[in-house]
Design a binder for this molecule. Structure first.
Ligand SMILES: Cc1ncc(COP(=O)(O)O)c(C=O)c1O
Length: 402
């Protein structure tokens, strides 16, 4: 008997493959051929995870790796509280929920504040995996474009207000921004708060790159503004801050009791965050700046290397990022998806190539970002220099053929 066709959900059909990860199968193939790939597509830092974290993992002495409280082990939440205090944010322990990476904080927040079909305003280009979680939560991201010519800063209040409908539940910002590196000013944050108050919206503030700001820029957290506190939700993570992406520890912070209560229900459904890794990040959370100051200087050096090299490539346009460790780059090509794949499948120079993330997936508006890529400067300056030279040679060759 012929099997009946089993249909997957509409939301699954509409969900995207992450533009950061979708070319990984080609990466595996190209590596098998012995070609060296400079991996600039993903925000996976090459900096060693601090030895304090590794030591905690190696010295783990409990007899059982057990479930932990759903909102996080108390002393881990206390360590987060201490961390926030060190960056000028005073929180009650009840305002912090430990999550499985910043990713889970995003999902919990989307699900906590919006019903299926409701909307969240976001500024594009934006961190592409917000798309993945809107698919899971069944909600819609409403994009507003930011432009290179204005430093990818926010549109004005009028433009933002035009996007607000009866379905809008919140405004999502990522500050410092992935993928543009933009750091929002006090004035911009105040504008967002004004709009949120006027239309009774939540403000979702993804601050996972908080410490990575350059050139004397100051980072303002959404929690720095007392007027925002009732409606603000911070989405946070140790992944980049402590070069510890694989420990999968993040947190959701809110002074809104209903948000915390809702996120707690979701946290209880998934039982617990990983025990060993939660405990492992305590020492760094309690003394973060010793580490983050050092690595922020390193990323600034890398940013300079990449920016200076890109500036010299004919037809390439980009802005010097003020924060995070990404740069959005406009290339003299028509289809960066095709280019990114071509780099892996058809091109190499002296046995080497580069892997980049095509930027179209960082936009929600169809057709945007097709001539842009995102580069993560997560390798040493020496390697980045070589990678940028390879990119320059690749572009020249690509333009001859396409
Ligand atoms: C802006 C932003 N938010 C959240 C995350 C999620 O990170 P994680 O789940 O590793 O904490 C990332 C990861 O790249 C990111 O760039």
């Amino acid at each position: 008997m012929k099997e009946k066709f089993l249909d997957i959900s509409q939301r699954a059909q509409e969900a995207q493959f992450s533009p950061i990860r979708k070319f990984v199968p080609y990466l595996e193939e190209v590596k098998k051929k012995g070609i060296k790939v400079f991996e600039l597509h993903i925000g996976q830092p090459d900096l060693p995870t601090p030895k304090e974290i590794l030591k905690e993992i190696r010295n783990f002495r409990e007899k059982i790796i057990a479930y932990t409280p759903s909102d996080g082990i108390l002393k881990v939440r206390a360590a987060w509280q201490e961390y926030y205090k060190s960056v000028g944010i005073n929180l009650d322990l009840s305002e912090i929920i430990v999550t499985i990476g910043g990713s889970e904080a995003i999902l919990f927040t989307f699900a906590a504040i919006s019903n299926p079909g409701e909307e969240i305003i976001v500024f594009e280009p934006f961190y592409t995996n917000y798309n993945g979680y809107t698919s899971v939560a069944g909600i819609k991201l409403v994009p507003l474009r930011t432009l290179a010519k204005t430093g990818f800063h926010l549109p004005n209040q009028k433009e933002i207000e035009k996007k607000i409908t009866s379905r809008t539940k919140g405004i999502l910002i990522c500050n410092p921004n992935n993928p543009t590196g933009t750091v929002y000013s006090k004035k911009e944050l105040k504008m967002i708060i004004n709009i949120a108050k006027k239309y009774n919206l939540f403000i979702l503030s993804d601050e996972v790159y908080r410490e990575f700001v350059y050139d004397g820029e100051k980072h303002y957290s959404i929690m720095d503004f007392p007027k925002a506190r009732a409606r603000a939700i911070i989405l946070d993570s140790v992944s980049k801050r402590f070069s510890a992406c694989g420990v999968r520890i993040g947190c959701l912070v809110s002074k809104n009791k209903k948000v915390i209560e809702a996120a707690t229900k979701f946290a209880q459904a998934r039982l617990s965050s990983p025990m060993v890794e939660q405990l492992a990040v305590i020492p760094l959370l309690k003394n973060s700046q010793k580490y983050t100051r050092k690595i922020a200087l390193e990323y600034k050096k890398r940013r300079d290397t990449v920016f200076e090299a890109l500036k010299k490539i004919p037809g390439v346009k980009c802005l010097k990022p003020k924060g995070a460790f990404y740069i959005t780059v406009k290339l003299p090509i028509k289809d960066s998806d095709h280019f990114a794949k071509w780099l892996l499948t058809e091109f190499s120079f002296q046995g080497k190539t580069v892997m980049v993330a095509p930027a179209s997936g960082f936009y929600a508006t169809a057709g945007l970002g097709k001539d842009e890529i995102r580069i993560a400067f997560v390798l040493s300056s020496l390697k980045l220099k070589e990678a940028m030279n390879i990119l320059k040679i690749a572009l020249k060759e690509y333009k001859k053929n396409f």
